[in-house]
Design a protein around this ligand. Structure first.
Ligand code: MLT
Length: 247
């Protein structure tokens, strides 16, 4: 049994083949997706560019979709919402399909091929995703944890969150092989522990978000289990696994 962490896109698509893949973009795409689905969004469609969002919207009735996303952390001009989890209130998102583009997170999700299952992971849905990953590993399926990172570079908060998953997924299971990135991620998690405020103050993207006026988003992104949903990416969209969508 293997748990491999990737700090950025894997070198070959084969590295994800047949695995359960958890995609992490703690700041902020994973958190925003979990918040939207927890508050009743019908689905989130991850798209790579604002142009794709505008084009995809043509297939929907305007009242059914929200154009969503950021560039350089700020809402895309003309869109309904940005990429802040605090915008994903029930009043705004209930019953809607979000067409979402973000700088790193949505591209990481949309680029995955060949996985058995893909789940969007963060601190806010930690326990729900953990249960899915542990069940997969116990059933003999290898796990991959894909950190979206920042502009294709390592990001501290995604590594720390990945490390927390690795530690808890592997706990009390024998014969679990970790790649070096998974071991490194556990060391980052151990360094910060539950002090996510310190983690976000230390990370480049955390500091950038605070500087851009999104300090309150950081508080939301650090609320462990605030949105206990399982966001599953399937058929190019992310929906919540639950009574209304069994697998
Ligand atoms: C991303 O996908 O790069 C992030 O979610 C950026 C952000 O903080 O909005």
């Amino acid at each position: 049994m293997r748990i491999d962490v990737h700090f950025g896109p894997p070198a070959t698509t084969g590295e994800l083949a047949g695995r359960v893949v958890a995609v992490i973009d703690v700041l902020r795409a994973s958190t925003t997706i979990a918040a939207a689905l927890a508050n009743g969004a019908r689905a989130v469609v991850p798209l790579e560019s604002p142009e794709e969002v505008v084009n995809r919207a043509k297939a929907f009735s305007r009242a059914d979709v929200l154009l969503a996303g950021e560039r350089k952390m700020l809402p895309v001009s003309g869109f309904d919402v940005g990429n802040s989890p605090r915008e994903m209130t029930r009043e705004v998102v209930e019953g809607k399909t979000l067409l979402l583009t973000t700088t790193n997170g949505t591209a990481a999700v949309a680029g995955i091929a060949g996985a058995r299952d893909v789940v969007i992971a963060s601190y806010v849905n930690f326990t729900a995703v953990l249960a899915m990953l542990r069940a997969a590993l116990r059933g003999g399926t290898d796990i991959a944890v894909l950190c979206a990172g920042r502009d294709r570079h390592f990001s501290l908060e995604d590594a720390a969150c990945a490390g927390r998953y690795v530690l808890h997924v592997a706990r009390r299971l024998s014969g679990v092989h970790l790649n070096d990135a998974a071991v490194a991620a556990t060391l980052v998690d151990r360094k910060f522990g539950d002090n996510l405020t310190k983690l976000f103050e230390t990370s480049v993207h955390g500091r950038a978000l605070a500087g851009a006026g999104f300090a309150e988003d950081l508080a939301v992104c650090g609320q462990i289990d605030a949105y206990g949903v399982l966001p599953i990416y399937h058929d190019r969209q992310i929906t919540k696994l639950g009574p209304d969508r069994e697998r």
